[in-house]
Write a new protein. Structure first.
Length: 463
């Protein structure tokens, strides 16, 4: 049986291995899942609730172990890994909570004579087998957001984690089984890319939930079997617009957090900050001062703020992009520390056509741009084929509302960084950044279908 090595991205040392699943096994699991759905063999809702609640309890009991696992396999600093585990536990509990409101409605039928004598109602039923393909940067919480809604709604699910970070997902699936979930309802399906594509595009797959690169996600979407539904969550190049006269001391901490959290390996990470021309250089210097004081290093240490990038080739890429841009001024950083670490970097006024300005950096680099008119900043912010979350810092309501209305984004944060999120809010990429809406409740709606029953009732006057 082929195996995949699991490597600590900070030390580049292999510390575990996981067996890959063959297509023969995946094929049999898909058939099993298809039969579960065809026979409407759903676990009763109360059993699903009990299993998910017990799973959350197991996760809470092993929270320290899970956090260290995230830090070791994914390079997320331990403090942030602890937060991720807490969010994942809350996500499982939220799926249970949302079941209470996952219902249909009565449809009035006698609004016209043709509907008279009838009554109708809708209810929601599971869509069918789900394939969950996930990313490395939140290896536990992303899986929870894909798998907990499927199980809560009664959909069997195959779990394909990122090759770099399979252990967190594997641990979660094992805890579901320990909590009483029959194995046939959730399988850990780490496999090679060819088999993953076959699994995703198989006609027995009713729903694909994909978190990862836009190139791969849209390619898979184009190959889905007719009738397969999907949700895609990709990256962005989040813009932040600063108004003149803001309290910079209040804006800097959230911007540093939003830009360098997990070393910028976040789909809504602060990447492009637009500042008034009179303030831009001074602001970039203040941002750089904060960035240069961030602790970079071992992700398993609580004091670390910026851990490693996930692979050495990502260091090579970020380094090349920064070097390629000759128009911008590097205020701080701009160099690799090692094969695993890159300095937190601030670049002032890079070329608007450079890769730093037009592609998702997914590394610890923030670009600051000068603007003279707000229209110019908004136009540049909206100029890319990506659109996810954005932010604006201002004390003026009119400035804020103009940005909210004109920025192309699924969400605009006011006086907070673009990476802000709570797990019950809608979370969606627009344009190339995604398709569908994430968030526990919204995913549960995607993984269920509304069915209507219309009853032609006889005249009951003689009863």
């Amino acid at each position: 049986m082929a195996k995949l090595d699991v490597t600590n991205p900070g030390t580049l040392e292999t510390f575990d291995e996981v067996e890959l699943v063959s297509w023969h096994q995946i094929n049999s699991w898909l058939e099993e899942m298809d039969q579960l759905h065809a026979k409407r063999a759903a676990l009763p809702t109360y059993e699903r609730i009990a299993i998910l609640n017990k799973t959350a309890g197991l996760m809470r009991d092993r929270a320290d172990e899970l956090a260290m696992l995230i830090a070791r396999e994914g390079g997320k600093p331990l403090g942030d890994s602890i937060i991720e585990v807490d969010r994942a536990i809350n996500g499982v509990e939220l799926a249970v909570h949302e079941l209470h409101g996952l219902s249909g409605s009565e449809i009035p039928m006698d609004l016209s004579s043709s509907g008279a004598g009838r009554m109708a109602f809708t209810y929601r039923e599971p869509i069918g087998p789900v394939v969950a393909v996930s990313a490395f940067n939140h290896p536990l919480n992303l899986i929870v957001h894909q798998v907990a809604p499927a199980l809560a709604t009664g959909c069997p699910v195959l779990v394909k984690p990122a090759d770099d970070t399979p252990l967190s997902a594997k641990a979660f699936v094992e805890m579901l089984h320990e909590a009483g979930l029959p194995e046939k309802w959730c399988r850990f399906a780490l496999c090679d890319l060819a088999d993953a594509e076959k699994m995703v595009t198989d006609p027995r797959t009713a729903f694909l939930t994909f978190i990862g690169s836009a190139r791969v996600g849209w390619m898979l979407c184009s190959k889905l079997a007719p009738g397969t539904r999907c949700a895609l969550e990709h990256g962005g190049a989040a813009p932040v617009i600063l108004d003149s006269g803001i309290d910079v001391s209040a804006a800097l901490p959230p911007l540093l957090r939003g830009g360098y959290y997990h070393s910028g390996q976040v789909c809504v990470s602060v990447q492009r900050i637009f500042a008034p021309s009179a303030d831009a250089e001074r602001f970039a210097e203040q941002l750089a001062e904060g960035a240069s004081n961030l602790v970079v290093g071992d992700a398993t240490k609580m004091e670390t703020v910026c851990g490693p990038l996930i692979r050495p080739r990502e260091i090579d890429r970020v380094e090349a992009w920064v070097k390629e841009d000759t128009a911008g001024k590097i205020i701080t950083g701009g160099k690799r520390i090692s094969q695993s670490f890159y300095e937190p970097t601030v670049v002032l006024n890079p070329d608007p056509q450079s890769k730093l300005s037009t592609q998702e950096i997914f590394g610890p680099v923030i670009c600051v741009y000068s603007y003279d008119k707000l229209d110019e900043a908004i136009a540049q912010a909206n100029s890319l084929p990506f659109s996810f979350q954005a932010a604006v810092f201002t004390e003026r309501l009119k400035f804020a509302t103009r940005c909210i209305r004109q920025l192309e984004a699924a969400a605009v944060m006011v006086n907070d960084h673009s990476a802000f999120r709570v797990d019950w809010m809608p979370f969606a990429g627009r344009k190339m950044s995604g398709y569908g809406t994430g968030g526990i409740r919204y995913t549960m709606l995607d993984m269920t279908e509304e069915k209507m029953a219309v009853l032609n009732m006889p005249d009951d006057s003689d009863v």
